[in-house]
Design a protein around this ligand. Structure first.
Ligand SMILES: *Cc1c(COP(=O)(O)O)cnc(C)c1O
Length: 376
């Protein structure tokens, strides 16, 4: 059998930025400032500028980035947070951490992002029931593309709810030229290695508009400490980004914009390569995706995946099961119109290799294998 193509080619990127990576990691080690060294602040400034946000804060991972604003807003038992079910566990799990209740919303069949109508219906229903207090919407930039923020933010505002853009997979995406923070109160980012802006370990960040909120979140992320050390004004936690990870991410930021461009070129080649046989991954009108995943739908997924493996092409399934049917989440709320699109998508989706270095023979092999498997 031929050597398989990598699902994500992290080595190509490593080669490209090796010198900067090695010198900046070495300089952190020399400096001894392993926690909150100057690279962390520099990264926060770079993220803020890149994401066109007033403020940025680096933290330990993308999950903490979600829980921190919820803590700052005082989420508590009896509060409802509206989240898609077609997402990674983090989006929902942070809600019951605070005793609040996730209410699962369906997605649009073409973009896999939150369906504004499903959201609207769920908020109305929670209000009519009168048992839970609607507080926050968390939209997800699934697979790297922006959710429908103009509509979602309109609904959130109408009902007086906060809006988080879970951009763990989507940092860098835009809609009509605007980053999600244009509409959201907070945007969250993950630096998990496989994300479009991945580090060499765990890491996360958030962007926000309100300076007071940023101060509260910074306090919560450092054990609830006030400006004075060992003076605690809140129950907080420990959520910091290591200086070494900040140094790694600064090197990666140098090529990030260019990688978003090359990911989009690769996505266009996929669409050209097999768009006659299967619907290519659709992006919302006016949207630019960072292509965390390139996902298609097939009828017989197991067989399709096996045929690709035989050609040396790995695939992945994000996500095989919606959150609302998983045991720990079955007791929470659901949109009154059901989650049929989510359930159907989970049966059919399959993601193909994607990164900023996908071109030439490697991508041709994927396209040829997809065509062969689909009988084209
Ligand atoms: C990866 C991911 C997270 C969590 O990020 P971690 O850094 O792994 O904690 C949250 N939400 C979504 C949608 C993700 O894909």
């Amino acid at each position: 059998m031929t050597t398989p193509v990598p699902f994500i080619d992290l080595a190509a990127q490593r080669e490209r930025i090796r010198e900067k990576l090695e010198s900046s990691i070495a300089s952190v080690i020399e400096s001894g400032r392993y926690i909150l060294g100057p690279e962390v602040k520099e990264l926060e400034e770079r993220l803020r500028d890149f994401g066109k946000a007033p403020h940025a804060l680096a933290c330990a991972n993308g999950t903490d980035a979600l829980v921190l604003p919820l803590m700052a807003w005082g989420l508590k038992p009896g509060d409802a947070v509206f989240v898609p079910s077609f997402t990674f566990a983090s989006t929902a799990e942070v809600v019951p951490w605070l005793g609040a209740t996730p209410v699962f919303i369906d997605v649009k069949p073409d973009t896999y992002c939150m369906d504004p109508e499903s959201l609207s219906a769920a908020i109305e229903q929670v209000k009519a029931d009168g048992k839970l207090n609607p507080r926050v919407v968390i939209a997800v930039d699934l697979f790297g593309q922006p959710a429908n923020y103009p509509q979602i933010s309109g609904i959130a505002r109408k009902h007086g709810l906060k809006l988080i853009a879970d951009s763990a997979q989507g940092f860098g995406c835009t809609l009509n030229g605007n980053h999600p923070i244009h509409w959201a109160d907070v945007t969250t980012i993950s630096f998990y290695p496989a994300k479009p802006l991945g580090g060499y370990g765990d890491g996360g960040a958030l962007l926000c508009k309100d300076e007071e909120l940023l101060k509260t979140i910074r306090c919560l992320a450092t054990h609830g400490q006030s400006q004075t050390t060992y003076d605690y004004i809140r129950i907080g936690m420990n959520s910091r980004l290591d200086t070494i990870q900040a140094a790694v991410l600064l090197a990666k930021m140098d090529v990030f914009e260019d990688e978003i461009r090359t990911r989009n070129e690769a996505a266009a080649r996929y669409a050209d390569g097999f768009g006659d046989l299967v619907s290519p991954h659709h992006v919302i009108d006016g949207g630019v995706s960072v292509w965390a995943q390139y996902t298609i739908e097939v009828d017989n997924r197991d067989e399709f995946r096996k045929k690709l493996i035989d050609e040396g092409v790995p695939t992945a399934v994000y996500y095989p099961k919606p959150l609302h049917v998983q045991k720990p989440y079955t007791g929470f709320g659901r949109a009154p119109t059901g989650l049929h699109v989510t359930e159907a998508a989970c049966e059919r989706v399959v993601s193909l290799p994607m990164d900023g270095y996908l071109y030439g023979q490697r991508q041709d092999r994927v396209i040829a294998a997809v065509r062969k498997a689909l009988g084209g």
